[in-house]
Design a protein. Structure first.
Length: 300
C-alpha cells in the first residue's frame, strides 16, 4: 500500500502504465514477505540461542537486516536501469521496480523490528527449532560449491556471459508479427498477407494526423509514393475527422519493429512533414521509433 501511495505521487510528474498495478500487488507482496522472513528467521535463531526481547531483535537486524538493505538496494538499482529503454511501459516498470524493493526494505528495517519487539513473543509459534538439523540437500550443495569453486564460478560466468550477449542483441520496440501463433486463424491471416504481397506491416499501420485545411487526400497521395508503403487512405467520414483534424492510415509493407520498417516510418514522417505544415505522424510503430530516437539522443 505504501508503494501504491508513492506511485500516486509519481503520476503527478509522468505517466505510469497500468501494468505497474499488478507488479506492485504481486512482486511487491512477494519481495516484502521474502525480506521479512529473512529477518524473522534470524530473530528466531537468536531467541533459540538464549537472546530474548529487544536483544534478539538487535542481533537479527545487525546481521539479517544488513543483508536485506544490501539486497534491496542492489535490486532497485538493477530494475531502475529499465528507465533507459525506449518504451514508455518499460520505463514505468523500471520506476515501479525501483520503488518495490526500496519500500520493502524500509518496512523491513523499521516497522518489522517494532512488531517483533512488541508482539513477537506471542507470534513466535510453534516453538520448533531446527538449527542443529540442517537440510542435507543444501548442505551437500554448499559443500560441492566450496570444493569445486572454480567449476562453479566458471559455469556461473558462462551463464551470465550468455545472458549479457543476448541482452546486447535486444531490439526494443513493437512485437514482431512473426511471434504470432504458428497455427490457427492468426497464423493463417499472416500467411495470407505475406502471400498477397500486402505485407505484414498492414497489421500496424502508420497513422498520420493532418489538418483538414491542409487537404488530407493530398497528404495521402504523397504517402503512397514513399518507398515501403503499400498504400495510404484519407477517409472522409465524420468519425475520421474531429476538431479540424483528419486521421489517415498508411500501410507499410514490412513490420515496424524491423530495420526496414523503421526506415519506412522515417520516410513517411519526412514526406508527411514536407507535404503540408501541421501534419503529424503517429501509430504504434512511429511511437516506438520516436522513443528509441529520443533515448539514443539522450545517451549521446
Amino acid at each position: 500500500m505504501a508503494t501504491f501511495l508513492v506511485l500516486w505521487g509519481v503520476t503527478a510528474f509522468t505517466s505510469v502504465s497500468m501494468i505497474v498495478e499488478f507488479l506492485v500487488a504481486l512482486i511487491g507482496l512477494g519481495v516484502s514477505i521474502d525480506y521479512s522472513l529473512i529477518v524473522i528467521v534470524r530473530w528466531r535463531e537468536e531467541r533459540a540461542h538464549g537472546n530474548a526481547g529487544e536483544a534478539a531483535v538487535v542481533r537479527a537486524m545487525e546481521t539479517a537486516g544488513r543483508a536485506v538493505v544490501f539486497s534491496g538496494t542492489t535490486v532497485a538499482i538493477g530494475l531502475l536501469a529499465m528507465i533507459v529503454l525506449p518504451l514508455p511501459f518499460l520505463r514505468s516498470i523500471g520506476c515501479a521496480g525501483m520503488l518495490i524493493p526500496l519500500i520493502s526494505v524500509i518496512v523491513a528495517v523499521t516497522l518489522l523490528p517494532i512488531l517483533l519487539a512488541k508482539v513477537g513473543d506471542r507470534l513466535d509459534w510453534p516453538h520448533v527449532r531446527s538449527d542443529d538439523n540442517a537440510s542435507r540437500v543444501w548442505t551437500s550443495w554448499a559443500c560441492f560449491v566450496v570444493r569445486r569453486r572454480w567449476i562453479a564460478a566458471t559455469v556461473a560466468a558462462a551463464v551470465l556471459g550468455a545472458l549479457v550477449l543476448s541482452a546486447a542483441n535486444l531490439q526494443p520496440g513493437a512485437a514482431n508479427v512473426d511471434t504470432l501463433a504458428k497455427q490457427g486463424d492468426a497464423h493463417a491471416g499472416l500467411v495470407a498477407l505475406e502471400r498477397s504481397g500486402i505485407g505484414a506491416g498492414a497489421l500496424q499501420p502508420i497513422e498520420p494526423l493532418s489538418p483538414v485545411s491542409a487537404g488530407p487526400a493530398t497528404v495521402a497521395a504523397a504517402l503512397r509514393d514513399v518507398p515501403g508503403v503499400h498504400g495510404a487512405v484519407a477517409p472522409a467520414g465524420t468519425q475520421w475527422r474531429r476538431g479540424g483534424v483528419a486521421a489517415l492510415d498508411a500501410f507499410p509493407v514490412t513490420d515496424g519493429s524491423t530495420s526496414d520498417g523503421r526506415d519506412t516510418i522515417t520516410n513517411v514522417r519526412a514526406a508527411a512533414h514536407a507535404t503540408r505544415a501541421g501534419v503529424r505522424v503517429g501509430g504504434a510503430g512511429a511511437d516506438a521509433d520516436s522513443s528509441r530516437r529520443s533515448t539514443g539522443a539522450s545517451r549521446r
